[in-house]
Design a protein. Structure first.
Length: 224
């Protein structure tokens, strides 16, 4: 996708500035803006349209969940990921439910952060390894409360679900299956309704849990 434009949203100026300098040294990453709260993040996204927003869970004025939801609705092509110290399960689940495509811990290796930004920019869902298991367990519990939800999907919907798990957009789904983009959008809506899921990120997690996709991204950013 070429150079990845990144917006940093964190109340700690020293952290932002230091991370921005490190990321700008990467050939394919450019930090296009920085901000300290949720409202500023929303404004900057609408103005600049970055590819990826790295947002702390602890921001003021408009919290990270509301900011993520707003960005998802107003700028769906922009990927939002949490970059945080919080290992709290509820923070993780709330962020994914709000539409975040990543949950990254600040104590991760810088090389892993760079790889994660690349994957998120390409549409992958990336969660730091210490928390990935908790996310899978959460969706296992959700699945257990459903009544054979998967059986309610048509072959075409299962095919699209697999594509969603790999980060495909409605346009990409339409082009691959030779259908109208609006038809792809309707299929995605039907899949979410049938599986009782809120967004594409939950659909991706469901597909992995069900074994519908076999490729997963390990902590080194490789497909296995």
């Amino acid at each position: 996708m070429g150079q990845i434009k990144v917006l940093l949203a964190d109340e700690k100026e020293i952290f932002r500035e230091g991370l921005a300098r490190l990321l700008d040294e990467q050939e394919y990453i450019e930090v296009v803006s920085q901000c300290s709260n949720g409202n500023q993040a929303i404004e900057k996204v609408e103005e600049i349209k970055p590819h990826v927003v790295l947002m702390d869970t602890d921001i003021s004025e408009c919290d990270n969940i509301k900011a993520t939801q707003h960005i998802n609705e107003s700028s769906p092509k922009v990927k939002v990921a949490m970059l945080t110290d919080s290992k709290n399960e509820e923070d993780l689940f709330s962020a994914i439910e709000a539409g975040a495509t990543g949950y990254l811990l600040k104590d991760m290796k810088f090389s892993d952060l760079v790889k994660s930004i690349d994957l998120i920019g390409k549409g992958e869902v990336v969660v730091s390894p210490p928390l990935a298991g908790k996310l899978v367990n959460k969706f296992t519990e959700m699945k257990a409360s459903e009544v054979e939800a998967k059986d309610g999907l048509s072959e075409r919907e299962l095919e699209i679900l697999k594509m969603l798990a790999k980060g495909a957009t409605n346009k990409e789904i339409a082009e691959t299956l030779f259908i109208a983009e609006n038809t792809a959008k309707v299929h995605v809506k039907n899949i979410l309704e049938k599986l009782q899921l809120r967004n594409r990120q939950q659909a991706a997690a469901y597909a992995v849990q069900e074994g519908l996709v076999t490729e997963v991204v390990d902590k080194e950013g490789k497909s296995t």
